[in-house]
Write a protein that binds this ligand. Sequence first.
Ligand code: 3PG
Length: 416
Amino acid sequence: MTGIEYDDFLDLAYEPAASDLVCDFRLEPAEGMSMEAAASRVASESSNGTWAALHVDEDELTHLGAVACDIDGDRVTVAYPEELFEPGSMPQILSCIAGNIMGMKAVDTIRLLDCHWPEGLAQSFPGPQFGTSVAHEKLDAGDRPVLATVPKPKVGLSTEAHVRVGEEAWRGGIDLLKDDENLTDQEFNPFEDRLAESLAARDRVQEDVGERKDYLVNVTGETTEMLERVDLVADHGGGFVMVDVITCGWSAVQSVRQRCDDHGLAIHAHRAMHAAFDRLPHHGVSMRVLAQIARLTGVDHIHTGTAGLGKLANEDTPGINEWLTGDLYGLEPVLPVASGGLHPGVVDQLLEALGTDIIVQAGGGIHGHPDGTHAGAKALRQAIDASVEGVALEEYAAEHAELETALEKWGAETPR
Ligand code: 3PG
């Protein structure tokens, strides 16, 4: 028997094992607390320690205890043994690495910056079903970015108006019609009516233009309800669902991923509320980690920002996208979504910053076009075509009236 205390979880000589989950934190210790003491408390509280000395078998404690193994300025690395975790359970993992420690008095602020996932734990999750391959398997985007639009106003359109806007956008060259994050099943636009009528419109458009189109219908809701909505999407012949992954929670995302597997449906992840975790640079959970969780739990697309070119605060979009599309023990890559304040005039800079393996999503930047949604969709597609062909937007606009009008209206402004 031994007494293990808060301060016993620091070992700067420890080399993490290949099977460890290694997490990078930024810490600001509380007044009067050294970085070493704070780091040890973080490792303890997030694994198997507590504030009081515990008198238990030493082997048991060291077996499941995390180790604060590196301190570099305000950066602390903590290595967690894989036996601490329940394989395939994201809620359980987060209750360790982003649980009590986020509120402990030993630190003034603490931010989970990055995770290095070991093979065993990563492979206990399904990862995406389609990922980047949706561009070819479900759509006809080829090597250009996939284009999506969300009708505006984001809520309030009747089903008829919503479908009409979607149809105009598809005919103008958009691949995916998307619901907004707070449109689900309200009285003014019921879920099943919108689903049925939008997919009927999709079929008409596909027939006319000879290009595959689809609809990202927002199935967000209570988990059982959400699974029923997923079934309805399959019944009506849809190819995708959209989920507000942060507000639903990762457990619900895992349930949706399983159900989507039964139907061959891809998952578009909207990240509404992410900034409650990731906006303050010294506290919370980074968007990079949220994106990692999204990939493991199996979404096919996730919004990762616009590299500062849209309306949202700047973040490390290129770095996050690189992680989402990089190697992860054979798990499919995720197709990143650039969205929020985009319009045709910033498309060239966007593709230069993020490449073409993305979804470009624009709401106001299409429906706010002076000549309406159809012209706005054409302008966005023209801006994409120009950028992919390496032609300057102004030069392309000389021969494409819709793009010319969009550039006259917005230039290359980045909205706030
Ligand atoms: C989204 O779902 O990302 C937003 O509703 C995008 O809207 P916007 O293009 O008008 O900013």
